[in-house]
Write a new protein. Structure first.
Length: 176
């Protein structure tokens, strides 16, 4: 959410900054991944569909797309209140306060502001974002429409089964 990409310290990896829908790879990879709930930034139907098609095109036959997203059923955004702020320590050792304020919820899209403040309350930055929270069935429909088959789906990183109470949906989809 506005924090920018992580430092690129590895020299054995080709780092490419871009938008999934604009990728032009053709059957070059066995695995595509998306971490940190980045999948939720595909807010619009067309953006999500064209991105999934581009990811599929980049995968070899039988290639896999692995990603995580928050579960719509848990309604995590209801906890995103300034009163639930958290403290983090930045790279310089400063303690910062990070709080969230939901601005709107329209269907499955949540728009919110994230405020980062210094220890004394001085606002350092405000980032706004919108995230899409898909139900499991809608997620499956988008993947199927783009030419993926769900190989495995978990309700967490320890391979828990997906349930209405699962905070995350971890999906491994295979190119069909």
């Amino acid at each position: 959410m506005g924090r920018g990409p992580p430092p690129r310290r590895r020299t054995d990896i080709e780092w490419v900054a871009g938008v999934a829908a604009d990728a032009s790879w053709d059957r070059e990879f066995d695995l595509a991944t998306m971490a940190g709930n980045a999948f939720q930034y595909f807010v619009g139907h067309e953006e999500l569909s064209t991105s999934l098609v581009a990811i599929r095109r980049a995968l070899r036959d039988g290639g896999r797309f692995a990603f995580d997203t928050r579960n719509f059923q848990v309604r995590a955004w209801e906890e995103w209140k300034p009163s639930n702020a958290s403290e983090v320590v930045d790279g310089n050792g400063r303690t910062l306060r990070v709080s969230h304020h939901v601005e709107s919820v329209v269907d499955d899209v949540v728009t919110f502001a994230e405020t980062t403040s210094a220890h004394d309350g001085t606002v350092l930055r405000v980032d706004r974002a919108s995230l899409r929270f898909l139900e499991v069935s809608k997620l499956g429909a988008f993947l199927s429409e783009a030419g993926f088959e769900i190989e495995a789906q978990y309700g967490g990183w320890q391979h828990e089964p997906v349930s209405d109470a699962s905070r995350s949906i971890v999906t491994i989809a295979r190119r069909t």
